[in-house]
Design a protein. Structure first.
Length: 378
């Protein structure tokens, strides 16, 4: 995948350099409003609308999958599901408590308009790491999603099934297979009950429980970096410059301007950022999911463009002395390069972001994307 398309917060901007006809194609693909509604219903972009809003849940989890175990534990909890990209994607946050303790996680669901399939990305608050996506679609009211994974070092397949989605009590099951899909063993069952007539438009999820916060609360969070990105919450105007031909000796830059909206995830221990920008090459939209790993005290960021609805591999790093730096290894024009994303000059009402490439192992860095963000006043 083109490295500039995979770049963290603003990769969508740089990708316009290599996709000059993307906006024209989008314009040609936009039919009359009545036809748009028919296309969305037909191609699945709103198949997960049933899950928007607030829910109570009851779940059962098999303690030792694929061992012959019949021991299950049960949890009760809540889910809050909100819209992303105006409903063309969504993010749900989950908390549950039971005899085995507290579980907290999220699922980011992204739709690929080219394949007409969904990618479901799960992360556990325990480590803030996104699992490989489950990919699939809905047919006849039932959604099935699959991915390879490992369990105790052994390669397995994982299947998600959503059913009863046209009722007020949707049903979810997760199953594992260690024989290539010939047989499946269910290990997770969730039943949801809607608790309010909620459209999913709200920007806040249920408050973090005392068990999730842990002893010490905010003081611990501030000390270990859980709130290093708090400055980013809110709505911003952004001015952007990106280098048209990185690592080629080019000095030709192009300007864009846009809007950035950042909402809390996990009560601030993560965040979801949506960006829209316009420039000489047209309009683009993207999002970035930021998650904190309390074990390593580091942050990861994963970017997706609306074009294909899939997250790139994450950039990972941390803040030191008021400057945040996250790193990743990319492929650019067939060559392996390092990517660095940096935040600096951070004030309550503005901050700067810079993305740079290195093709000499980090000895030197060439900035190729620079953004200045200014907080929008109410």
């Amino acid at each position: 995948m083109n490295a500039l398309r995979r770049m963290g917060r603003y990769a969508f901007v740089a990708s316009l350099v290599y996709l000059p006809n993307c906006c024209e194609g989008m314009a040609q693909a936009a039919p009359a409003s009545a036809e748009v509604g028919q296309q969305q219903a037909r191609d699945g972009q709103h198949d997960f609308d049933f899950d928007l809003g607030s829910w109570k849940i009851h779940l059962k989890r098999r303690l030792h999958p694929l061992t012959g175990s019949t021991t299950w534990v049960e949890y009760d909890g809540t889910i809050f599901d909100r819209k992303v990209w105006g409903g063309r994607a969504n993010l749900d946050e989950f908390e549950g408590d039971g005899p085995s303790g507290h579980i907290e996680g999220l699922t980011l669901r992204l739709y690929n308009p080219q394949s007409h399939q969904w990618s479901l990305y799960w992360a556990n608050a325990k480590d803030g790491i996104l699992a490989p996506p489950q990919i699939g679609e809905f047919k006849n009211g039932s959604g099935e999603f699959y991915a390879p994974d490992t369990l105790d070092g052994k390669s397995i397949l994982v299947r998600f099934i959503w059913s009863n989605t046209n009722t007020s009590m949707p049903h979810f099951e997760q199953a594992f297979s260690d024989d290539g899909g010939k047989t499946w063993e269910v290990n997770w069952i969730t039943d949801q009950t809607r608790v309010a007539d909620d459209s999913g438009e709200a920007n806040t999820a249920p408050a973090m429980s005392p068990a999730a916060a842990g002893a010490g609360g905010t003081a611990i969070a501030e000390r270990d970096g859980q709130h290093d990105f708090d400055f980013n919450f809110g709505t911003w105007k952004t001015q952007i410059k990106h280098l048209l031909h990185p690592l080629a000796g080019s000095t030709t830059w192009e300007d864009m301007s846009g809007t950035v909206t950042v909402r809390k995830v996990w009560n601030g221990r993560g965040q979801l950022e949506e960006v829209e920008a316009d420039g000489p090459r047209g309009h683009w939209e993207g999002l970035t999911l930021f998650l904190y790993n309390p074990q390593t005290h580091q942050w990861s960021q994963s970017y997706a463009s609306q074009k294909d609805g899939s997250l790139n591999a994450p950039s990972v790093g941390e803040f030191k002395n008021g400057r945040g730096e996250l790193f990743d290894q990319e492929t650019f024009k067939g060559r392996s390069v390092f990517l660095r994303v940096a935040w600096f000059d951070i004030t309550p009402d503005s901050h700067h972001l810079e993305e740079a490439f290195s093709d000499d192992g980090g000895k030197t860095w060439e900035p190729n994307f620079v953004a200045t963000l200014t907080r929008e006043t109410p």
